[in-house]
Design a protein around this ligand. Structure first.
Ligand code: SF4
Ligand code: SF4
Length: 73
């Protein structure tokens, strides 16, 4: 058990996101984009949960969370 093998993904809280786009260029997987100038969204299949986007967000709108129910990868 422990944290080994946890799959992590970034999650955007849309109500907080100000659609500044600061998170977009720092993502090594190009997994985050700003949807129609309204809020950022994460492509879960591409995100590796590195947290770089969260570190750039001036609004603290991004959290990196462990997905539940996943095994080791
Ligand atoms: S956690 Fe990393 S891989 Fe996922 S969207 Fe943010 S910068 Fe991209
Ligand atoms: S950096 Fe934060 S506020 Fe800016 S678009 Fe990304 S999630 Fe939204």
């Amino acid at each position: 058990m422990g944290t080994f093998g946890k799959i992590r993904r970034a999650r955007v809280r849309r109500e907080i996101c100000v659609a500044c786009g600061c998170c977009v260029p720092v993502c090594p997987k190009k997994a985050i984009s700003v949807f129609k100038g309204m809020y950022a969204q994460v492509q879960e299949a591409a995100c590796v949960g590195c947290g770089k986007c969260a570190g750039e967000c001036p609004a603290s709108a991004i959290t990196v969370e462990a997905l539940s129910g996943e095994g080791c990868v």
